[in-house]
Design a protein around this ligand. Sequence first.
Ligand SMILES: [Zn+2]
Length: 509
Amino acid sequence: MSIDWCIALDVFYITTPIYYPNAPPHIGHAYTTVFADVLARYKKLLGYKTFFLTGNDEHGLKIQNVAEKQGKKPKEFVDEMAEVFKSYWRSLDVEYDHFIRTTDDYHEKAVKEAFNYIYKKGLIYKAKYSGWYCVDCEKYYTPGEYIEVDGKPYCPLHNKPLEFMEEETYYFKLSEFKDYLLDVLRNKDIVYPRSYAEEVIAKIEKEGLRDLSIARPVERVWWGIPVPFDEKYVIYVWFDALLNYISAIGYSVDNERFKSYWSNVHHVIGKDILWFHTAVWFSILKALDIEPPRKLLVHSYLTVKGAKMSKSVGNIVSIEELLERYGSPDAVRYVLMRIFNMDKDSEFNYELIDSIYNSELADTYGNLVRRVGVLALKKLHGKVYRRSLDSKLKEELNEKLNAYIEAMESFDVARGASIAMDVARIGNQYLNETKPWEKSDPSRELYTTIEIIKLATTMLAPFTPRTAKTISSVFGFTIDNPRKYSFEAVERFNVTDAPILYKKITPKK
Ligand SMILES: [Zn+2]
């Protein structure tokens, strides 16, 4: 396949990892998925043709085992779980364009084709393997990678004993890609934040690259995609899963579509799967003669009580718990993104989240909307005619807008949301200073504050899309492209309501 890799500038393709549907998603999954959704919605506002992909990783031993335990066939089980995941994403207003399932026919076909392609290039071979294996990670751990508990090798992620396995398997010649990977990681600005690229470079330099087993004997794992030329094996779940990013956009089926989306692909991942998404994924792509992804956006963990959320640790916070507590998908999306962090782990605790919710959504933004709505209805019967904005204020708002765009362009959604809140704060302060309730005709003050609400709402739209829809309709404006934003564009705001957007909650003790 010879491909001309020019970037389609009007296209934005964003992916989440595909999730293991062994249990319903929790707020750790939501953290990643909402982040991708916010970026997709932001790019859509800018006028990009976006494609947002999420989905489930449905093969492998773990799924096979969980289904068995529940007395179900794996396919029956993953069918049910796909609906469960979709319903959670709906409950959070996650607006994906496609939900991929690795049991989808087109995906299985693409995986087999890719496997054959690499095999024919001589980059896949058969040999014996033995080592320490974690069933939950579905990967082998080499000395130095695993931890030791009572002298026994344990999985560092799952904190449980590894199993010693020996098997004949197919290998992918990962070791051949060392120079390529080091070159790409050093010289191409793919991995963001940059420190994660350095981490992978250091690991490759220190440990080198071992060939990767990419098949499992069917007697042990039968729930997977068969190796196309050897039915005694199924393809390793990671190899299968990673290919979802290309199968979903028409790899080997629709070359034009594939080329266009791939040229501006952004993968969102948590740092625990960094290695697979750099060393392994970039090498597979190279073996397939495909360019590395445009961007790999890596975030740190959302921790609870200092640990990454997991069933075995017992610190899972459920999505419904947050929806119930904060009352709307918008609120949950907002608070998760306000603590989003790519460089360091973010500790989730209710004290912090309650205070963000109360002080920002309820007391600042919600309060501004309510105050202005009530005043506009009472003082001006909802008809607020254009007056020019104070030039200094306009300048200040413009600075905020530029800072917001810069934050969003550098994937710093927490800062983006926080700048939007600054704008709402400016609005409240302006009201306090100008006291429109004391004036018989406060058109100027109210036009100005609605302009401020319009700006804050535009900035918040990717985070709180429902609220943005409500407010723009209740105040009579449209949500515009932030890059082409103009002040004083509305001749008359038509205010029809003064909604209470976010009810204050009693902080949890
Ligand atoms: Zn593990």
